[in-house]
Design a protein around this ligand. Structure first.
Ligand code: SF4
Length: 417
């Protein structure tokens, strides 16, 4: 009989294989917490039974082709649920979070709030910009479905008021502490576009704010947003091998180049508290040796790695690509945690941020060998988390107007080559 997987191993296998949901399962108000595309699956929380963290949040693929033949099937309901692995009849209890009631509320422009932003784990994700420029030039990343979703499954345009009202609802009713603003490639103007949103959220709502956009060459724009109070930048380098990068991310390869991602990471990491910058990479497309090398480069740049297990999302150019293999993905996630431990990365320190689209670095603590340094690192992380509480509480206070920032340089000062 196959051994029972721990919560992180189950998370990895579910990301790889997806899950079937029987039409007999009554999800009640729990369904549709999610967003189209990468987050189109079912949000679940897996209890760990460990002192390391109580639950692991994840978005299980359910719509993709591989999920239709998965050995995992959701059973139970309407109150308690479990995932059954039909290969060995192991049963894993899970929790399915409720659909937030604010999803059905309208902004003052009559836009349903679920078309403005959705929860992805315990934080709010909003795509603020117009459709990524790469989609207009047929240079979009081949795993991406943003160009199909923006304007259909979510509002094409979100005003600052739409975003503020949605942030308020999510903060008051779902208790979020963090909003993640993303927006793809905007011809070098993404940070500029994001600035008024960030300013308004910081001044009027008071949340930790993360920004994920294609890297820009005018680095002073990052400094400006840091002055405005941005708490987190993430950079999606996606793939390390140059050929895979060019093939899967043609827009990024031709327009930006891989090195810009690492330079931007280094720039921001040198100016922000440790643990405030991340580099995102996808595992399951290129050989895992490349992925692990990518993790090491991200950590060497002063950022922490977030590793997304490749999902052959319906509607993407890669929807028929093979799904990743569990053993390989387990190796990658163990390497991710190991890199964080060796470099004393401050992972899992910010309050109430569980990301459902990736294996969080602190989820992967469940995979690590129990060495003396493992316990040292875990105790250190807990001490840092306690010490950082007042700072994070202060950064979640609304800062009534006006946050003043330095004016932009006259002639592009601070640009990189
Ligand atoms: S940069 Fe790539 S992944 Fe991001 S929105 Fe554009 S096409 Fe999609």
């Amino acid at each position: 009989m196959k051994r029972l997987l721990n919560a992180c191993e189950l998370e990895i296998d579910l990301f790889c294989r997806g899950m079937r949901v029987s039409p007999l399962v009554d999800l009640g108000t729990r369904a549709s917490r999610t967003r189209a595309g990468l987050g189109s699956g079912l949000e679940i929380a897996i209890p760990t039974g460990s002192w390391l963290k109580p639950e692991i949040w994840m978005n299980v693929p359910t719509a993709e082709r591989h999920a239709q033949v998965s050995p995992y099937v959701l059973q139970g309901g309407p109150e308690s649920f479990h995932v059954v692995d039909e290969r060995d009849d192991q049963r894993y209890p899970i929790r399915i979070p409720s659909r937030p009631r604010w999803y059905d509320r309208l902004t003052s422009r009559d836009i349903p709030m679920s078309r403005v932003g959705v929860l992805q784990g315990t934080y709010l994700g909003i795509y603020i910009n117009p459709v990524c420029d790469f989609w207009k030039q047929d240079l979009n990343c081949r795993f991406c479905t943003t160009g199909c979703n923006v304007g259909s499954n979510e509002a094409a345009e979100k005003t600052i008021e739409d975003v503020l009202e949605t942030c308020w609802a999510a903060k008051q009713e779902s208790g979020i502490s963090f909003i993640h603003l993303n927006g793809g490639f905007q011809g070098g103007h993404g940070l500029e576009f994001a600035e008024p949103f960030i300013r308004a959220i910081k001044e009027e709502v008071g949340l930790l704010v993360g920004v994920q956009l294609a890297p820009e060459r005018e680095f002073w724009r990052y400094d400006r947003l840091i002055q405005l109070g941005v708490d987190h930048f993430s950079f999606c380098v996606e793939l390390l091998d140059a050929d895979w990068f060019a093939r899967v991310c043609p827009g990024k390869a031709r327009t930006l180049g891989q090195s810009l991602f690492f330079k931007a990471m280094e720039h921001c990491a040198a100016r922000m508290p440790r643990g405030a910058v991340s580099g995102e990479i996808i595992a399951g497309i290129e050989p895992i040796e490349n992925t692990i090398e990518g993790i090491d480069r991200i950590v060497a740049a002063g950022a922490f790695p977030t590793v997304c297990i490749f999902r052959p999302t319906i509607g993407s150019a890669m929807e028929d690509a093979p799904f990743p293999q569990y053993e390989e993905m387990r190796t990658v996630m163990a390497a991710m945690y190991d890199a964080c431990r060796r470099h004393r990365m401050r992972i899992g320190v910010a309050p109430n941020i569980e990301v459902s689209l990736v294996v969080n670095p602190d989820d992967a603590a469940l995979l690590a060998p129990r060495t003396l340094d493992f316990y040292r690192y875990e105790l250190w992380r807990r001490a840092i988390r306690v010490a950082a509480k007042p700072m994070f509480a202060a950064r979640q206070q609304a800062r009534p107007r006006r946050v003043s920032v330095a004016p932009p340089p006259d002639c592009g000062g601070g640009m990189v080559a």
